[in-house]
Write a protein that binds this ligand. Structure first.
Ligand code: SF4
Length: 714
């Protein structure tokens, strides 16, 4: 490393500019110098906080980074803080039955709670309204207290009530989660199980996954959040023997103390093409093409203060207390660490320090003069260094009527070139450069030119009608447009549980006896993490156990059949509509009427009110009424209603069960009305966006015309 320009020292005005400049140096080396990310490193003096903070800034700037487990200040990572806040609150609830107002508000503002500041205010308004309607003369407590009380126990809105608003929906979900976690804590559940419950209870993991796979700059942040969660699970997995609220407290203390062993497997994973952020100690024995040194301020590097803190833990050696280092020895050690860090660069070394004219930051380190090169003052350039920034700049130039025609034409030519670039599978490399992708330039879609749909008959699936009516746009993008991610291994759980439950009913064998078979199947599923596979397996066994409780306690006089397919031909508003589906279970109740059963393996149960007009159950009942199962029932059509059994949602006496009353024995019903509306949407191809409480977890929120700012705000 002796050619000209191989060593550079740069001075920037503040810490914000320092992180921006480092991001710029790394991006230049990657984009213009052709270096792989993994050939680049940033070395900063010891301190997990500093490493973590720098990693956060670089991630936010779109640089993929990796940190060793013991240099990742887990407690500084937002997703870790948020998960721990939920666990801590649940432990508090289990121990004292109370939540403090600021804690309650903070919880609802985490991604698990899903509200922002505005949402929180709207929630408070709705609760106040409900409280004053319930008792007009009552003294209303402050908003925070009202929210905290409602999170602890339902006073103003029950879990089973229809929420009618995103905010109340968020409150109910958070209350369910806290209650379930507090219940598990009281039962002395172990820490990984508690953590898994908190992590998997909402759509947050799915949102992060979608974001991470999107391949945009914000994906870097999502990857980093997922890494932090994985590191937290690793840590929790090592806390064997920790249970209940004592275990939660131990985990919190562990995270705060940063006693995390290095995860060398992840650190050395060659598939992770990312910039290493390390301390000099961890840089030992490694080299990179480009090394950026940072943290070069007096007092930090060299660190002049006494190390080891009040307890002087640094003096503890294998043979007891050692004599303290002299200042000269300490300075020599700091210099050695600096030289070690500088020598890690194979081709280029850049040292970045801050010279703060306001004097709030210490002087640049004395070590930079020892590199023997001139100091250059730098400010981060405002030129774009990411593809998105470049496209945005060109678009602004191309459409800015105040610029010269020649400049606008040049910008348009660059955009056209970018829009033509393809990868080796023919996919656009810069889709944002194509004007066809820009908002507001397209005409309104002529539904007559949409994907072709058979005029007659209209075909509907019994399990999809509800999705069509809830939001036609979402249904279309997920279904016909095939915009949904393919089934992942976790979704196999539902299919397997359904199959085993059906077999259990036919063979009259308890479903739990199939857990051994389930274990054999499970061992062949390609789960990426053993703890996740184990958690999923335990949930599947729990679902089978819940089924056994349900099957033994209900009045199931006689089984007609399981997994029964049907087809229903209807004439609705002048259209022929064919509805098909499969009923999980059809049985005869104690009054000799036919009852439809549907099993669900989701983590949340609908409320009683929601199930009253649950389309899927209504359609199955209609199929029974119209004779679709005559062959199996011997012509009996009298309805005894329907039930939905939530096998993964435990209640005191078995799984959560919701019932739907029998349909009228003849004539039009609410089911006909819903089917008519769904058929109308399919026939007219009017896939409009319908705002609903589940918009929060919708994968197609980005760009949804029904959301504010085109859905770009989370
Ligand atoms: S965000 Fe809401 S309105 Fe938009 S597509 Fe998704 S569910 Fe429909």
């Amino acid at each position: 490393m002796n050619q000209a320009g191989a060593v550079r020292v740069e001075i920037v005005p503040d810490s914000g500019a320092e992180a921006d400049r480092i991001a710029e140096i790394l991006r230049e080396a990657h984009l213009r110098g052709g270096a792989e990310w993994q050939q680049l490193a940033v070395i900063c003096p010891a301190g997990a906080d500093a490493v973590s903070a720098l990693a956060g800034r670089l991630s936010a700037a779109g640089i993929p980074v990796q940190i060793a487990g013991d240099e990742l200040a887990l407690g500084n990572e937002p997703p870790v803080r948020q998960l721990l806040a939920v666990l801590q609150s649940a432990a508090l609830l289990a121990d004292t039955g109370q939540l403090q107002p600021p804690t309650a508000e903070r919880l609802l503002r985490t991604p698990l709670g899903g509200l922002d500041a505005l949402g929180l205010r709207r929630l408070a308004r709705q609760l106040r309204l409900r409280a004053s309607l319930a008792d007009p003369d009552a003294f209303l407590p402050a908003s925070g207290s009202l929210i905290a009380a409602e999170l602890v126990a339902p006073e103003l809105i029950d879990d089973d009530q229809r929420a009618d608003s995103t905010e109340l929906d968020a409150l109910i979900s958070m209350r369910r989660l806290l209650t379930e976690l507090a219940g598990l804590i009281k039962e002395d559940a172990d820490i990984p199980a508690l953590l898994w419950k908190a992590w998997s209870a909402t759509s947050w993991p799915r949102r992060l996954q979608v974001e991470a796979l999107r391949g945009t700059e914000s994906s870097v942040r999502a990857h980093r959040d997922l890494d932090a969660v994985v590191a937290l699970f690793d840590l929790a997995g090592r806390q064997t023997g920790q249970h209940g609220s004592a275990g939660v407290r131990a985990l919190l203390a562990e995270v705060q103390a940063q006693q995390i062993a290095a995860d060398t497997a992840r650190e050395s994973d060659p598939r992770r093409d990312s910039v290493a952020i390390v301390t000099p100690y961890r840089a030992k024995g490694r080299q990179w093409d480009l090394v950026v040194l940072t943290g070069l301020q007096e007092g930090r590097w060299p660190r002049i203060n006494e190390p080891g803190g009040l307890l002087r833990a640094d003096l503890l050696g294998p043979d007891g207390f050692q004599p303290p280092e002299t200042p000269a020895e300490r300075m020599a050690a700091e210099r050695r660490s600096f030289l070690l860090a500088a020598s890690r660069a194979r081709k280029r070394l850049v040292a970045v320090a801050i010279a703060d004219p306001g004097g709030e930051i210490e002087e640049p380190s004395r070590f930079i003069s020892e590199l023997g090169v001139d100091v250059v003052e730098r400010r981060p350039e405002s030129l774009p260094t990411t593809l998105e920034d470049l496209i945005a700049l060109l678009r602004r130039r191309a459409t800015d009527s105040s610029l010269s025609p020649a400049l606008r034409q040049a910008a348009a030519t660059e955009l056209a070139w970018l829009a033509d670039q393809r990868d080796d599978r023919g996919r656009a490399l810069a889709p944002g450069a194509d004007p066809h992708q820009w908002w507001g330039l397209r005409g309104i879609t002529d539904t007559g030119r949409g994907p072709s749909v058979d005029k007659e008959p209209i075909r509907l699936s019994g399990s999809k009608v509800e999705a069509i009516l809830a939001c036609p746009r979402k249904w279309f993008l997920e279904g016909p447009a095939k915009g949904r991610a393919p089934k992942n291994v976790a979704m196999v759980l539902g299919t397997l549980v359904h199959e085993l439950v059906a077999e259990s009913a036919l063979t009259r064998t308890p479903a739990e006896t199939y857990s051994q078979r389930l274990a054999e199947i499970w061992s062949q599923l390609p789960y990426e993490a053993a703890w996740y596979a184990q958690a999923q397996y335990e949930q599947a066994v729990e679902a089978l156990r819940n089924y056994d409780i349900w099957a033994s306690s209900s009045d199931h006089a006689a089984l007609v059949g399981v997994e029964l397919p049907f087809q229903l031909n209807l004439e609705l508003a002048g259209r022929t509509v064919v509805v098909d589906g499969t009923v999980d279970r059809l049985e005869v109740d104690s009054l000799n009427r036919l009852r439809v059963i549907d099993f669900k393996t989701g983590n949340q149960a609908r409320s009683d009110a929601e199930v009253l007009e649950m389309d899927q159950l209504g359609i199955y009942q209609l199929a029974v009424r119209e004779g679709a199962f005559d062959e199996a029932t011997g012509g009996v059509r009298e309805l005894g209603g329907a039930q939905v059994v939530y096998l993964k949602v435990p209640r005191r006496d078995g799984p959560a069960v919701r019932s739907q009353p029998p349909l009228e024995p003849s004539g039009p019903t609410w089911v006909h009305e819903h089917l008519t509306r769904a058929a109308e949407i399919i026939a007219t191809q009017d896939y409009y966006a319908n705002v609903q409480p589940r918009c929060r977890s919708c994968e197609f929120r980005l760009g949804c015309p029904a959301q504010s700012a085109g859905g770009e705000q989370e």
